[in-house]
Design a binder for this molecule. Structure first.
Ligand SMILES: [Zn+2]
Length: 111
């Protein structure tokens, strides 16, 4: 990738300005770059920079492909885990509060 202004190849990723620019650029897989030679800022496709890979998402870690990957964004996965933990926490609280599990009984068994 070259600078559109001076055609230098000394470019680096620039910060996205604000939330709105960040979101709109990310959706289009674009990213801002700055030329080290002339200092001009420009927008280009994110994938063009070799070696600079986007951080792995959770779907990457889970090895999801195709449709499952589209469905399981990081937000969905995190939301799922969070709600699962919430339900487990509520169940634990309920079981203790309603006496389904008696802590004393558990301790007596352990000894
Ligand atoms: Zn330049």
């Amino acid at each position: 990738m070259k600078c559109p202004n001076c055609h230098s190849e000394e470019i680096h990723r620039s910060r996205r300005r604000g939330l709105r620019e960040g979101l709109s650029l990310r959706r289009k897989q674009l990213a801002p770059y700055r030329c080290s030679a002339c200092g001009s800022r420009f927008i280009a496709t994110e994938a063009q920079t070799a070696g600079q890979q986007r951080p792995l998402s959770m779907a990457d870690y889970l090895g999801l492909n195709g449709r499952a990957r589209q469905l399981c964004s990081d937000t969905v996965i995190l939301g799922g885990i969070t709600s699962l933990l919430l339900v487990l926490g509520i169940l634990l609280f309920m079981s203790l509060a309603l006496g389904w599990i008696e802590p004393e009984l558990l301790q007596r068994h352990a000894l």
